[in-house]
Design a binder for this molecule. Structure first.
Ligand SMILES: [Zn+2]
Length: 647
């Protein structure tokens, strides 16, 4: 888009009320408000005159100024190509492909460095992480072969095999009639195993709640020959002469049983009951997964579902690393050591403000049918917000308390450590299923991300987002609003995107507001789809799919609209300015700072891959969003948000 076109389009008003009209596809009347064109030269010439004592000179602000000044390509006219103007020299300045990637690398390094340095911490979880980390490092140095068992582990594995039950290979006088399947399975569970060969126990979150699931096992990926040599090695090291012929024979039987089992296909459905297999005591297996001291407290709260599989129900057919192991402890390390304490509260406050502005925006939308408006307001109002981690973990010591029943010893073998961790994870899963803790122990909590879950009407801002370069208490408030505010408002936007609309404030599907209405009322929505369909991307050309990306486009739109609203209410006159940016006025800074979120190297992935992604290209997320002309709605770079102000 060139300046002339921009000026022409300025005579068309940007009507904020049309935003939701588009989103809900229930527009009845289009409101047109005439707005006087804004003089481009006048706007571009406004500078923010500041003296040096009003500059934000925290390291975080200086880094931000550095990014704004060095990623830009001032030779490109912002009215012609805003993306290139803001991000044109990103590739020369950053070794990461995007700012998000950069944060991910730094996060990994922060935890790694922390684990190297930590000595005799007063925190139990930190000491446990350190111990596991050192073991991992040591084992990495001794062997690169994943299937090779370390010397000290061989003994532990052997002892565990004996613990599980008698084994014909070890015991020449093995008596099949004395074999107790339940006892063996129960011993396996005690060790922390959840895949029990014949079936597995895992965990499912369904709309009805959280459940332990009994399901068929997934096929083993370890090749027989690898297993055979592993078993031989263990036997030999423990003084038993392996009979390779017998081992092979047993393996053949094992393989044929596996093949037999694989023939029975699951219906994919789940049944809220225990399997109809009387020979296995499933309840006692489930009890074994709970820490013994907690059985009486939580067993009654555990619910079970079973895969509708012929194995369990009779049918007509007849018969990484440390971070992954310690997600919550890593979270604790990150929050305690790398995130400023005020940041979490700051983001909390910001989120509330954005919610309020979203509600206002819906309220101001004149063309919504009253019941629709009401249901949308109710929904946004009810969004459950989690910032960084659930409040449950806020009291000091809560995360450490999770490890009070858990001990590792520095003499433990690598095998023993992971066996104990598996056991701990089962116990923590059971606490989660019983509703005693708010997040699953396997949930990755250190994502550089924020998300909105439709089924729960819940917004989560993950901890790494509470940190620079997205949020920082030393940033002037407007910077935090432009960055984090946009990302959070984008997620709120998903509650009212084309999919989100069909769900109520509790995440239940609703009749009434459905996508079917798109064809009838979706003229405006169609305009957004068309805009991306016709977008001439500098890398891929006019090959984009607006229908596929419509939800992300809508979410971005809400993100811009809501942050713009909040910004316009903000008194920025007393806030610190950014170093080296005195030639850019506050409105311009809004666009420049937000574009930084999308600065990245030139896309190198194929068109096919790009089209699979639900996100529009980063180029579109800047240039498309700022130059949007849809039935009277126009956001255009430096200029048109000005006219939005008058609506
Ligand atoms: Zn999104």
């Amino acid at each position: 888009m060139n300046v002339k076109k921009v000026k022409e389009k300025l005579s068309r008003p940007w009507v904020a009320v049309n935003l939701l009209l588009l989103i809900v596809f229930l527009a009845m009347v289009t409101v047109h408000i005439k707005v006087e064109p804004v003089n481009l030269d006048e706007l571009l010439s406004i500078g923010n005159d500041v003296d040096s004592k009003n500059l934000c000179d925290s390291p975080e602000c200086i880094t931000l100024s550095h990014e704004l000044l060095n990623y830009q390509d001032p030779s490109v006219d912002p009215c012609v190509d805003f993306f290139q103007h803001s991000c044109g020299r990103f590739h020369e300045q950053s070794v990461s492909e995007s700012r998000l990637q950069k944060k991910k690398h730094i996060l990994r390094k922060q935890i790694r460095e922390f684990l190297h340095k930590i000595q005799n911490s007063t925190s139990k979880s930190e000491n446990l992480m350190k111990l596991v980390f050192d073991k991992c490092e040591a084992s990495k140095k001794t062997s690169n072969d994943n299937y090779k068992i370390s010397r000290d582990a061989i003994h532990d594995v052997f002892n565990d095999i004996k613990k599980i039950g008698a084994w014909p290979l070890l015991d020449k006088n093995w008596d099949g009639s004395k074999f107790d399947l339940n006892e063996m399975l129960s011993n396996l569970v005690k060790l922390g195993a959840t895949n029990l060969g014949l079936f597995q126990l895992d965990f499912r979150i369904l709309t009805e709640g959280k459940f332990v699931r009994i399901a068929p096992t997934l096929g083993s990926i370890v090749h027989n020959s690898t297993m055979i040599s592993m078993i031989s090695e263990i036997l030999e090291a423990n003084g038993v002469q392996p009979d390779s012929e017998e081992i092979s024979k047993e393996f053949e039987e094992y393989s044929s049983l596996q093949m037999k089992l694989a023939k029975y296909q699951s219906s994919g459905k789940l049944s809220i009951s225990l399997p109809g297999v009387r020979s296995i005591n499933f309840s006692s297996l489930i009890t074994e997964m709970i820490h013994p001291s907690r059985v009486s407290k939580i067993f009654g709260k555990i619910r079970v579902v079973t895969s509708e599989h012929p194995l369990f129900f009779k049918s007509n057919e007849t018969e990484s690393d440390v971070r992954r192991e310690f997600p919550r402890a890593s979270l604790r390390v990150f929050m305690r050591n790398f995130v400023d304490k005020g940041n979490r509260d700051g983001v909390k406050k910001l989120t509330e403000e954005l919610k309020k502005n979203t509600l206002e925006m819906i309220q101001d939308t004149e063309n919504l049918a009253p019941p629709v408006k009401e249901s949308m307001l109710k929904k946004v109002e009810a969004i459950k917000v989690t910032i960084g981690y659930p409040d449950h973990f806020d009291p000091p010591g809560t995360l450490d308390k999770e490890f009070e029943n858990f001990d590792l010893d520095s003499t433990d073998s690598y095998y023993r450590i992971f066996q104990k961790l598996n056991r701990l994870r089962s116990e923590q899963q059971m606490e989660f299923i019983a509703g005693e803790t708010p997040i699953s122990p396997i949930k990755e909590v250190l994502k550089v991300n924020a998300n909105y879950k439709r089924s729960k009407n819940a917004l989560t801002v993950f901890a790494p987002f509470l940190d620079d370069p997205f949020f920082d208490i030393t940033y002037p408030d407007y910077v935090n609003l432009f960055f984090s505010g946009f990302l959070i408002a984008h997620e709120i936007g998903h509650s009212v995107d084309a999919n989100g609309l069909g769900y109520d404030e509790n995440g239940k599907p609703m009749d009434g507001i459905r996508l079917e209405h798109v064809t009838e009322y979706g003229k405006q929505g169609q305009c957004l789809v068309d805009q991306y369909d016709n977008y001439d991307d500098p890398v891929y050309g006019k090959k984009m799919n607006g229908t596929h990306s419509i939800n992300e486009i809508i979410a971005d739109w809400v993100g811009h609209e809501v942050t713009w609203r909040a910004y316009k209410k903000m008194d920025t006159s007393k806030m610190l300015s950014l170093i080296g940016l005195k030639d850019i006025n506050m409105d311009q800074l809004y666009f420049r700072v937000q574009s930084l979120l999308f600065c990245r190297e030139r896309d190198t992935i194929s068109l096919e891959e790009t089209l699979k992604d639900v996100y529009p290209t980063d180029n579109f997320r800047v240039n498309g969003a700022y130059a949007r002309v849809c039935g009277g709605v126009q956001l255009s770079g430096y200029i048109t948000y000005e006219s939005g102000e008058e609506v």
